[in-house]
Design a protein around this ligand. Structure first.
Ligand code: FMN
Length: 370
């Protein structure tokens, strides 16, 4: 894979890895792959539509670029390139709190993204971030709730990205960066400043901390509860999406607390390991919320076939995380456009061969073993 060759090992592993023994990360893929379609024939599929809406926003296809912290370390001004690609294709880009490019930089380069919020100990800072997002024109706030504490990501520990940084690990990290010349040129030199664009005040020296995971653990507020959604509502008049729901009871609670949409997510297998895959969790969540809110899903979505399977099980749309990051690392904006176009074509073909003409008509009947 081109992204693997271009990126320093520590950065590739940061994106590619999961938590603990990575069982849930693998299950996200395996469970999607185990679903089988029913091949249907002779049903006039000459006209096939994949456009949809999410929270009233028109999308050319049911895909959203998921929030990914640190993405600007993988390609020059990576979030801007990805956001431009998303805008060109006609799907939303969700900006992470932990992006390298700030909300304002992304908005100035293309259009207002969705904004993903992590709640920090300093609530005033979260309020300021929401005010900035509103001022930038963001209509959708994504509150990520599955990171009360950070999952144990052992690849990061091995690579010295998290945990204690011994002298040997420091030297190894330096050498890993130094020998990836095209990354050095594209990102380390031409991609500056490599700071967290949204966190300039929270990180006064504006540096990306060496022990990133420990820094996150120190900044984010693990005391957040469902009651805090009322606080969020006071400061955000647009749509609120709760990301990181896996359990049907939590899904019902999110609806009761006024969520406009939820994302069934296990953070791409980067948080608690040995929890079920998202595709396996989706049907119970969809049943629990009924028509009360839109249900999105992410985790292991890698093709148009996967998107069709998720929609068949009740998702309104899918988020993709790692695929867009690999694409931007390999080929920049055009790489992200390319994978989105490939997924769109795969969706149209899958619809045609399952005898469906519109993604709105998808249900479990297209699957043999839902
Ligand atoms: C490198 C990386 C960083 C991530 N950073 C964030 C983040 O800052 N905020 C967030 O809500 N989710 C974050 N996620 C989770 C993604 O939004 C998404 O849930 C996950 O990547 C979906 O799984 P997939 O990568 O298999 O598509 C991150 C995921 C990855 C791979």
């Amino acid at each position: 894979m081109l992204a693997k060759r271009r990126l320093p090992r520590q950065l590739f592993d940061y994106v590619d890895g999961g938590a603990f023994r990575e069982a849930t990360m693998s299950a996200n893929r395996a469970d999607l792959q185990s679903l089988r379609f029913r091949q249907r024939v002779l049903r006039d599929v000459s006209d096939r539509r994949i456009a949809t809406t999410v929270l009233g926003q028109p999308l050319t296809m049911p895909v959203v670029l998921a929030p990914v912290g640190f993405a600007g370390m993988m390609a020059r001004r990576g979030e801007v390139q990805a956001a431009r690609a998303a805008a060109r294709v006609g799907v939303p880009f969700c900006e992470s709190t932990l992006s390298i490019c700030s909300l304002e930089e992304v908005t100035a380069a293309t259009q207002a993204p969705w904004f993903q919020l992590y709640v920090m100990h300093d609530r005033a800072y979260a309020e300021e971030l929401m005010a900035r997002a509103r001022a930038a024109g963001c209509s959708t706030l994504v509150l990520t709730v599955d990171l009360a504490v950070v999952g144990q990501r052992y690849r990061d520990v091995r690579n010295g990205v998290s945990g204690n940084l011994s002298r040997v690990k420091r030297l190894r990290r330096g050498w890993d960066l130094a020998r990836h010349v095209s990354w050095l040129r594209d990102v380390a030199v031409q991609g500056r400043p490599l700071t967290f664009g949204n966190l300039a005040r929270a990180l006064p020296d504006a540096k990306v901390p060496g022990d990133f995971q420990r820094w996150i653990a120190g900044q984010f507020d693990p005391s957040v509860t469902w009651n805090d959604l009322a606080w969020l509502r006071e400061h955000w008049t647009g749509s609120i999406v709760i990301k990181g729901i896996l359990d049907a009871e939590d899904a019902r609670e999110a609806v009761d607390r006024g969520a406009d949409a939820i994302v069934v997510s296990n953070h791409g297998g980067r948080q608690l390991d040995d929890v079920p895959s998202t595709i396996a969790s989706l049907p119970a969540v969809v049943e629990a919320v009924g028509n009360s809110c839109e249900v999105l899903v992410d985790g292991g979505i890698r093709s148009g076939l996967d998107v069709v399977k998720a929609l068949a099980l009740g998702a309104r749309a899918c988020l993709i995380g790692r695929p867009w990051v690999y694409a931007v690392a390999a080929r920049g904006e055009s790489g992200v456009r390319h994978i989105l176009n490939v997924m769109a074509e795969e969706m149209r073909v899958t619809l045609g061969l399952t005898g469906v003409t519109d993604v709105a008509d998808l249900d479990a009947s297209v699957l043999l073993n839902p």
